[in-house]
Design a protein. Structure first.
Length: 132
C-alpha cells in the first residue's frame, strides 16, 4: 500500500472534519494509507525541533503529499517545500474562492479546487485514478 501525508493547519483542523474523512476514504479506495500528521502527533510548544524532524521523517516515507490550504498556513507551506525538494508529488487542495497561494501552487504537482467534501472526494478520486 502506498502512503500519503495530509498537511493541514493544526489550528484549523476541526473545520475540515468532513473533508479529511472523505480524503481518507478516497485514498484508501486507491490503495493509499493517508497519515493526517496533526491527528497522529502532539507536541508541546517547546518541542518544535522534534515536531519538524518527525514531520520530515514522515514525509520522507510518503508517496504523495496532500496540502489543504483553504486557510493559509506557514507550517503547511514548509511541508510543501520539503516534499518538493525531495521530489515527492504535491497535491494542493483548497476551497473555491479561498485565497490562492502562488508559492504553494508553484511547488505543487497538481491543484484541486473544490466546493464541498463531496466535490473534493470526486475530484481526488479522478486524480488518484489517473495516477495509479
Amino acid at each position: 500500500m502506498k502512503k500519503g501525508y495530509l498537511a493541514i493547519s493544526y489550528s484549523n483542523r476541526k473545520l475540515f472534519d468532513k473533508e479529511v474523512e472523505g480524503l481518507k476514504k478516497t485514498c484508501k479506495e486507491n490503495n493509499i494509507e493517508l497519515l493526517v500528521f496533526v491527528d497522529n502527533y502532539n507536541f508541546a510548544a517547546n518541542q518544535e525541533k522534534e515536531m519538524m524532524e518527525t514531520a520530515f521523517n514522515e514525509i520522507d516515507n510518503t508517496d504523495v503529499l496532500i496540502a489543504e490550504l483553504t486557510t493559509k498556513s506557514i507550517g503547511v507551506g514548509i511541508e510543501i517545500g520539503y516534499a518538493y525538494a525531495k521530489k515527492i508529488p504535491v497535491i494542493y487542495i483548497r476551497k473555491k474562492n479561498a485565497e490562492y497561494s502562488t508559492t504553494a501552487s508553484g511547488s505543487s504537482t497538481y491543484i484541486v479546487e473544490y466546493e464541498n467534501e463531496f466535490d473534493l472526494a470526486e475530484s481526488m478520486r479522478e486524480l488518484l485514478n489517473k495516477l495509479n
